[in-house]
Write a protein that binds this ligand. Sequence first.
Ligand code: OAD
Length: 239
Amino acid sequence: MQQHLQQARQLIADARRVVALTGAGISAESGIRTFRDPGGLWRNFRPEDLATPEAFKRDPVTVWEWYQWRRQLIAAASPNAGHLALVRLQQRQGLTLITQNVDGLHDRAGSTGILKLHGDIWTLRCTACGHAWHDETHTFAALPPPCERCGAMARPGVVWFGEALPEVVFRQAAEAAAAADLFLVIGTSAVVFPAASLIRQRKNCTVMEINIERTAATSNADLALRGPAGEILPQLVMD
Ligand code: OAD
């Protein structure tokens, strides 16, 4: 492992265009549950009941209750050493940060220009007029909350199963991935598409995975570091 860490440190230091794709695993050490690990959200809840446009149409209050619960848990959490190491890396040599996470912990850590493939749990969007806005309310007066502009029903500003990813964001992510000479895959099971399609072996680009276990991305990785992101990442970017 020490040898791998040394090699990884060098690869990062030498890289010119670093891209990182993060998943729920990077927030695990902040106490936020992942989706597919033991104890993960999709082990206890059915995505089709809570994270699809059909579920919201059927029962918006239940869907909103679930999102409000998650907003409260996330609000009580803090960015961890993994999030902070990515801030350090961005400040030191530049980094395009692509995330599947909606928790906003990368923002709170201080990363900038984050490409959020699956939206943001702190954004609300009107189902009628389309207005979107940032809202950090922990407990809404009523569920579903109303649009701040027109008063119609608002929805969480996240991407649900069966919905398209934000087009511009995905294009920017794909362009950054195509131009990268180092692609870090951090804390994701890499089974949700199209996000996982960004992870590809290409000439002139090293793919480095950081995860506590083997994933669908491992076979595409030139180097796989096994361990918690909050422990490994700080070791990779220390001066
Ligand atoms: P998953 O729950 O599928 O995977 C979490 C990954 O994090 C697993 O590979 C774990 O091994 C790894 N992991 C757990 N703790 C870790 C730690 N401390 N350090 C490093 N790795 C750790 O979560 P995602 O891959 O993010 O989509 O899931 C992708 C998408 O599926 C999510 O964005 C969400 C979900 O449905 C939407 O909400 C649209």
